[in-house]
Design a protein around this ligand. Structure first.
Ligand SMILES: [Zn+2]
Length: 506
């Protein structure tokens, strides 16, 4: 029997319209840019979407895997037109050169923005569809923070959103997408997709799935999946820092019955709207956050999370307000990191381990959020910045910080890193000899993903409202392209509430 030839690809970026850091092709090439067979080395055995695709396909005797292109970069500013064109060209060429293809698995993010294209992923999917024709099944995985437009559903009904935040089910969604695609190929299953876009753009701070409104949404989504004819329900919170017409929350239901799918999508959208106020959180400012941290007696470290500068929400990782205040307090047993500062790492290398050096820390990419902090530091250790994640988020994925330095300033230890990266895995510190679990206070450039690996080793987590591009206060951004009116920026009535006539267990 002839084998099914299944293409796999990954095209991933979360783009912040208000970040000064434009994302160029080198950002993808430095982080994750793999063509053809290189994909096996990068993703086999990882708990990523592509890891999931590979695990399903490689155990299927009737499948020949066709690795195409994997391109991913850490969230940052919008992707340059040039970078997008290079990747689109590579993707389409890989598909053309691959010859016959029977199906395609595509891991997308859903919140990529290109300088001159609001919805590049939908654009790329359209180009791929044009190239391979209408009959070949495609399945995608999407981030929970995707800003989806209905057009995505024109190219395929098979979309699988993450159901966890921190995103620890990327692998599982990869598996589900691959299995659904194979079902369609083998048994000719016909899927339908139903879509509801909501006029709301909740901040992501309280979108965790362990508690709060998103937990409720995911539980309701899973309940709906138990119903006959419903294959998959995805709830997308959206990414509120993309200033695009398709910004905002949405629901996608994959079903075998379009009417049931539509009803379910409407119900879920109505429920989503009903819990919206629970997404709003009031946070302490830097001073209040530090005072609170110091007042807590615990064997485990207290975390001060500098959420507004979280690199995985497009922060530059080099804002200084929290750092400056923590240095002023000079609290024993504190650790701060990772601070993006390649210049200071260079100076540390020049000074050498054990020596002191004058540094101007951080504040270089976004000085509007705090000037650099002048310090006299001792260089404790230096590293190439390469480690492997050990925690559940992006487990086993290799991370390259492009160099790191452990410095000490007064009582405080600071980890400097060579590119913006959230402190999502303790290995970021351990690889250079720092043990975070024994500290009193940790100042982390992180928001929610770090909880997956850090919650077992830390106590209280305090989100701090410092200035930064990933600020929780959406009113600080000058939006020009998002649909208006939109909650929480505008006070609106949403008509689906009136349509909500069906009984629904809550
Ligand atoms: Zn996300």
């Amino acid at each position: 029997m002839r084998k099914h030839r299944i293409g796999i690809a990954f095209f991933y970026h979360e783009s912040h319209s208000f970040s000064p850091m434009k994302t160029e092709i080198e950002h993808f090439r430095n982080e994750g840019y793999f063509i053809g067979n290189e994909i096996y080395d990068a993703y086999t055995g990882t708990k990523t979407e592509v890891g999931g695709f590979l695990d399903v396909l490689k155990h299927d005797e009737d499948v020949e895997i066709v690795p195409l292109l994997c391109a991913a970069a850490i969230p940052s500013g919008v992707v340059s037109t040039n970078a997008y064109s290079i990747m689109e060209k590579q993707m389409l060429e890989s598909i053309m050169q691959a010859g016959r293809m029977d199906g395609l698995l595509l891991a997308l993010h859903g919140a990529m923005v290109v300088e001159d294209t609001f919805d590049p992923e939908e654009h790329l999917l359209g180009k791929i569809r044009e190239l391979i024709g209408p009959g070949i099944p495609i399945a995608t995985t999407l981030d929970m923070h995707a800003n989806l437009s209905e057009k995505m559903l024109e190219y395929t009904p098979l979309h699988f959103g993450f159901k966890t935040y921190p995103h620890v089910d990327m692998y599982d969604q990869g598996v589900y997408a691959a299995k659904a695609l194979m079902k369609q190929l083998r048994h000719g299953v016909k899927y339908y997709a139903s879509f509801e876009k909501l006029p709301m753009m909740p901040p992501s701070i309280n979108m965790r799935t362990s508690k709060g409104p998103m937990r409720k949404m995911i539980e309701w989504a899973k309940q709906a999946e138990e119903e006959e004819g419903i294959c998959n329900v995805s709830v997308f919170g959206g990414f509120p820092y993309s200033d695009i017409p398709m910004a905002g929350a949405s629901v996608v239901v994959v079903s075998l019955d379009p009417q049931r799918g539509k009803d379910t999508a409407e119900k879920l959208a109505s429920l989503f709207w009903s819990v919206r106020e629970e997404f709003i959180m009031e946070l302490p400012n830097v001073k209040e956050g530090i005072d609170l941290a110091m007042s807590i007696e615990d064997d485990k470290p207290v975390v001060l999370a500098d959420i507004s500068d979280n690199p995985l929400s497009c922060g530059s990782g080099d804002t200084t307000e929290l750092l400056r205040e923590m240095l002023k307090m000079n609290i024993p047993d504190t650790l701060f990191g990772g601070l993006y500062d390649p210049e200071s790492i260079k100076a540390c290398r020049k000074a050498g381990v054990g020596n002191t050096v004058s540094l101007s820390l951080g504040g270089k990419v976004s000085p509007e959020f705090g000037k650099p902090v002048q310090v006299e530091a001792t260089v404790v250790a230096l590293s190439d910045g390469i480690f492997q994640n050990s925690g559940p988020f992006n487990q086993y994925l290799k991370v390259d910080l492009k160099g790191a330095a452990h410095i000490r300033v007064g009582n405080m230890d600071i980890l400097l890193i060579g590119r913006p990266m959230s402190a999502n895995d303790p290995e970021m510190f351990r690889h250079i000899g720092i043990e975070p679990s024994t500290r009193r206070i940790l100042g982390l450039k992180a928001k929610n993903h770090f909880r997956a690996a850090f919650e077992p080793i830390v106590g209280r987590i305090i989100y701090v409202d410092a200035p930064g591009v990933a600020s929780n206060r959406l009113t600080t951004f000058t939006y020009r392209h998002i649909p208006r009116p939109i909650w929480p920026l505008d006070d609106i009535q949403y008509e689906i509430e009136k349509r909500r006539t069906k009984e629904w267990k809550q």
